[in-house]
Design a protein around this ligand. Structure first.
Ligand SMILES: [Zn+2]
Length: 184
């Protein structure tokens, strides 16, 4: 895998600039993740940047959209491709708050995105460094660069808080049902 600074041939200043830029865009991706959370969806946000401009944004919405493919990355890819009027997005960078799954990593390869930056890794579904390495497979005809761990603490905290809240809500709902049953 590559580190946060994949361009080892560049100067430290350039690496620092890339990292600053990555953090700035990841903050936007974290805001988009909150849009998913507002819909009671697992909070994941993504955006696509080309030449310093956002060309597509998305957030996770499979339940709301009755669409198993409506992950944040797919939504961002669709929006960017439409914006560019091009099914391929060479030279673009995709930012996402959680490590992409197999489906999204596959779609990213198809889109010819140049680089992917993600915040937190996903030990179960992550298909880039955790439970698979789709971008490093030699048979792929397009090589996607990637950087992990940008704003990782913030992204992890957001997802952990979401699942904790959801567990508490389920517990409260079960408790309420029990109390109801006792009264009847
Ligand atoms: Zn996905």
């Amino acid at each position: 895998m590559t580190s946060e600074n994949p361009h080892t041939d560049h100067s430290n200043t350039e690496n620092q600039n890339v990292l600053t830029e990555d953090r700035r865009w990841m903050q936007r991706a974290l805001q988009l993740a909150q849009q998913a959370e507002a819909l009671q969806e697992v909070p994941v946000g993504a955006l696509i940047v080309l030449n310093g401009q956002v060309i597509g944004e998305g957030w996770n919405q499979p339940i709301t959209g009755c669409d198993p493919t409506a992950h944040a990355e797919i939504m961002a890819l669709r929006s960017a491709a439409k914006h560019q009027q091009n099914y391929r997005l060479p030279e673009a960078t995709l930012y996402v708050t959680i490590e992409p799954c197999t489906m999204c990593a596959g779609a990213i390869v198809h889109s010819r995105v140049k680089r992917v930056v993600f915040a937190a890794s996903e030990p179960k579904a992550g298909a880039v460094i955790s439970n698979g390495s789709v971008f490093d497979r030699p048979e792929m005809n397009h090589r996607v660069e990637y950087s992990a761990g940008v704003c990782e603490a913030e992204a992890s905290a957001m997802i952990q808080a979401f699942f904790k809240r959801r567990r508490e809500e389920k517990k409260a709902a079960r408790q309420a049902l029990k109390e109801q049953a006792c009264k009847e």
